[in-house]
Design a protein around this ligand. Structure first.
Ligand code: PDD
Length: 275
């Protein structure tokens, strides 16, 4: 398969990063994961807008402009013959002798790849989840390569036999280890506000738009573990999961254990937009 290395598309085996790359040593970098449907990147502009925001927040210089990046990503999708898949790319602050403060010289390094496998999950059966304390830093709004808090939570969920960790700071639910969390109560949608405690998911944003189109009311407001357990429906959203019903939380069945009506409506509307 082919990968992107800076603005060059090369065979995967030829991609080499330096041992002192700051992404490798400090997690000093950012990334995006963009879904591809029918060979086309979906909600590209929103992903690129978030990328630019992440770069600004970390004072990270992109190695080249978004138009060229888009062109190269499209080439990568074509060369790898991806129909439905996910494009992943990251940008690090480059390579320099190890010191914590920013290096003067190092240019940022962009690498990207694309995967196509059976990544669209089973939306009928939904997923099981586990609760985990959200121990991450206070800038979860930036899509950085520092994912240890997310990784540990996901590993815990995995060991419990579930597919996602639902994170909470004390009583308040924030988001999933790699997804956003929504609850439905009396046909009304609630999800954590897009502040510094969550990543503002592009799927989340799109689902908010779908809800408006369908006349489903929404509150972007903090909700508690009690709200989660008393919800009529719970679902998560992400690039990989799309709109995914949550049927269990820590072994407790959500409502009747099936995907709820509002979740299904949003899921169908989502599928309608991408197929
Ligand atoms: N993760 N919250 C977190 C912490 C995430 O890592 C993600 C996505 C989301 C959902 O964002 P989006 O809808 O833009 O995919 C929310 C990606 C897919 C990943 O790390 O693989």
């Amino acid at each position: 398969s082919f990968i992107l290395f800076q603005d060059q598309i090369i065979p995967r085996e030829q991609g080499k990063v330096d041992i002192e790359d700051r992404g490798y040593q400090f997690g000093d970098g950012i990334y995006e994961a963009i879904p591809v449907y029918g060979g086309q990147m979906f909600l590209l502009d929103l992903h690129m807008k978030r990328l630019k925001r992440s770069a600004n927040e970390l004072r990270l210089q992109l190695p080249f402009n978004i138009d060229l990046l888009t062109e190269k990503l499209n080439k990568l999708i074509g060369l790898n013959r991806i129909n439905d898949g996910i494009v992943y790319f990251q940008i690090t602050r480059g390579s320099a002798p190890r010191q914590h403060f920013f290096p003067d010289q190092a240019g940022s390094i962009l690498t990207g790849s694309v995967v196509s496998h059976d990544w669209r999950g089973n939306h009928d059966s939904g997923i099981e989840t586990s609760l985990a304390e959200d121990i991450r830093w206070l800038r979860c709004d930036i899509k950085t390569l520092n994912l240890l808090g997310n990784v540990l939570a996901k590993q815990y969920a995995h060991e419990q036999g579930s597919q996602e960790a639902i994170l909470h700071r004390g009583e308040n639910v924030t988001e999933g280890a790699s997804s956003n969390v929504f609850i439905v109560k009396n046909n009304h949608l609630i999800t954590h506000p897009a502040d510094h405690l969550i990543l503002n998911g592009i799927t989340r944003l799109f689902v908010l738009e779908l809800a408006e189109r369908l006349g489903i009311t929404v509150d972007e407001q903090t909700f508690t573990l009690d709200d989660l357990f008393s919800a009529d429906e719970v679902f998560i959203t992400s690039t990989g999961n799309e709109v995914m019903p949550v049927v269990k939380i820590d072994g407790r069945t959500v409502a009747d254990g099936k995907a709820g009506d509002v979740t299904s409506k949003l899921g169908e509307a989502f599928t309608g937009e991408v197929t």
